[in-house]
Design a protein around this ligand. Structure first.
Ligand SMILES: Cc1cc2nc3c(=O)[nH]c(=O)nc-3n(C[C@H](O)[C@H](O)[C@H](O)COP(=O)(O)O)c2cc1C
Length: 381
C-alpha cells in the first residue's frame, strides 16, 4: 500500500490520501465574492482525486487583500458563494480547506499578469481599481518602488486578530473543514515573524517571542471560533533565505508555540519577505525538486507535529518516498495540478494502484477501463 494513498487523520477529519491542492490565488473574485470560476477551478481537483483541496488565500479584511481579485471572508454575505463549492468538494470525496490571510505591506498589488507591482492611478483609470494604503508591523516598504505602509497601532493589531476569528467562524459556516493561516511568503503574519519586516520595539517586535506573538494571537482567535473537531494549519516560510531573516531553527520554535495553541499541522514553504531592494529570488535560495522537503522534516521532528511538504514536487515516486521516510505527513502540489488536475489518479497508477481505474469517478473510470481492455486486446497500446 502506497503511503501517498493511505488515509491521514487530523482531529475528526480524515483525508482519503496524502495529496493536498496547494492554495492558488485566482484573482477572479469581485468584492471578495466567490463565483463559478472558483467552483470549477477547485472542483476539478476533487474529481482528480486529491484528498484535501485548499481554496486560495482569502482576505480577513477588505484592505488585507493582495489584489482587487482576491477572495474574502470579511463579510457574512461572502459565505453563501463558498457553500456550493465546499458541498461539491465533499460530495466528490475531498476535504474542503481554506487559506485565511492578510497581505499587510503587500496589499494593493497588481495581479501577476498586470506586473505584480503596486496598484496606482492607471489601474483606477483602466479597471476602476483604486490603490489603498497598506498596513504592516513597521513602516518599511516591501521593495524599492513600493509605497511605505502605515505602522499598525495596537487597535489595528486587535482588529486584524479579531478579523481572523470572525473569518474562521464564517469558514465553518461556509462548510470548510480545515483552515490554513497564510503566515508565509511575506504576507502580514510572516511580516510580524521576520526581523526583515518587523522593526518594532514594543511587545510585538524584537525577540522571537515578541515577533511570534501576532501569529500566536491569530491562532488563539481562530481557535475561539473554529470547531474543536476541525484541524488548524499554518503555512510558514521556514527560512527567509536572507541574512538577518528567519532561519529554520526559529521556525521549529514558532511551530511548537503554535502547537500549544491548537495548531495541528505546519505547511512548510519559504521565502517571499523582500527587504533586499529588488524582488529577485534571494541568492541563498537554490531550487530543486522537493527543495523545501527538509524544512518539513525538521519541523515535524523538532516540534513533534504534522508537517506538509510543498514546492517543486511533481514526481509520484519522490512524493511516496519522502512520506515513507517520515519527512512529512502530506504533500501539497500547485503548478503540477494546474497542468494536470488528474495527477493523483495517474500517481496512483504509477505506484501500482488504480489498475482498474477504480479510484476515478465512475463516470470517467468506467470508460477508461473499457478503453484500456479493448486497446490491450487489440494490441494498440
Ligand atoms: C497560480 C498560483 C497561485 C498561488 N497562490 C497562492 C496562495 O494563494 N497562497 C499560497 O500560500 N501560495 C500560493 N501559491 C504558491 C503555491 O501554493 C505553492 O506553494 C508553490 O507554487 C510551489 O508549489 P509548486 O511547485 O507545486 O507549484 C500560488 C501558486 C500558483 C502557481
Amino acid at each position: 500500500m502506497a503511503v501517498l494513498f493511505s488515509p491521514f487523520t487530523l482531529r475528526d477529519v480524515t483525508f482519503k490520501n496524502r495529496i493536498a491542492v496547494s492554495p492558488m490565488s485566482q484573482y477572479r473574485a469581485a468584492g471578495g465574492h466567490a463565483n463559478d470560476w472558483h467552483t470549477v477551478h477547485l472542483g476539478r481537483f476533487a474529481l482528480g482525486g486529491a484528498g484535501l483541496v485548499y481554496a486560495e488565500a482569502t482576505a480577513v479584511e477588505a484592505d488585507g487583500r493582495r489584489t482587487h481579485g482576491d477572495l474574502g471572508l470579511w463579510d457574512d454575505a461572502q459565505v453563501a458563494g463558498l457553500q456550493p463549492i465546499t458541498a461539491f468538494l465533499e460530495r466528490e470525496g475531498a476535504v474542503p480547506g481554506i487559506q485565511l490571510g492578510h497581505a499587510g505591506r503587500k496589499a494593493s498589488e497588481r495581479r501577476p499578469w498586470h506586473g505584480e507591482t503596486p496598484v496606482d492611478a492607471e489601474d483606477e483609470a483602466e479597471r476602476d481599481e483604486a490603490p489603498w494604503t497598506a498596513i504592516a508591523p513597521s513602516a518599511v516598504p516591501y521593495a524599492d518602488g513600493w509605497p511605505t505602509p502605515a505602522e499598525m497601532t495596537e487597535d489595528d493589531i486587535a482588529r486584524v486578530v479579531a478579523a481572523f476569528g470572525d473569518a474562521a467562524r464564517r469558514s465553518a459556516e461556509a462548510g470548510f473543514k480545515v483552515i490554513e493561516v497564510y503566515a508565509a511568503h511575506g504576507f502580514l503574519v510572516h511580516q510580524f515573524l521576520s526581523p526583515i519586516a518587523n522593526r518594532r520595539e514594543d511587545r510585538w517586535g524584537g525577540s522571537m517571542e515578541n515577533r511570534r506573538r501576532f501569529a500566536v494571537e491569530v491562532a488563539r482567535s481562530i481557535r475561539r471560533h473554529w470547531p474543536e473537531r476541525y484541524p488548524l494549519a499554518f503555512r510558514l516560510s521556514a527560512t527567509d533565505w536572507v541574512d538577518g531573516g528567519i532561519e529554520v531553527e526559529e521556525t521549529v520554535d514558532v511551530a511548537a508555540a503554535l502547537k500549544a495553541e491548537g495548531v495541528d499541522m505546519i505547511d512548510c514553504s519559504s521565502g517571499g519577505i523582500g527587504g533586499q531592494g529588488d524582488r529577485n529570488r534571494p541568492r541563498r535560495m537554490t531550487l530543486a525538486q522537493g527543495f523545501q522537503v527538509p524544512f518539513a522534516a525538521r519541523v515535524r521532528d523538532g516540534a513533534d507535529m504534522a508537517a506538509m511538504a510543498v514546492g517543486f514536487l511533481w514526481d509520484a515516486k519522490v512524493c511516496e518516498d519522502l512520506l515513507a521516510a517520515g519527512q512529512a505527513d502530506m504533500v501539497a502540489l500547485a503548478r503540477e495540478l494546474l497542468d494536470n488536475p488528474n495527477w493523483p489518479q495517474h500517481a496512483a497508477a504509477e505506484l501500482g494502484l488504480n489498475g482498474d481505474f477504480g479510484l476515478w469517478p465512475i463516470e470517467s473510470g468506467w470508460w477508461l477501463q473499457k478503453r484500456d481492455r479493448l486497446s490491450r486486446k487489440l494490441g494498440l497500446r
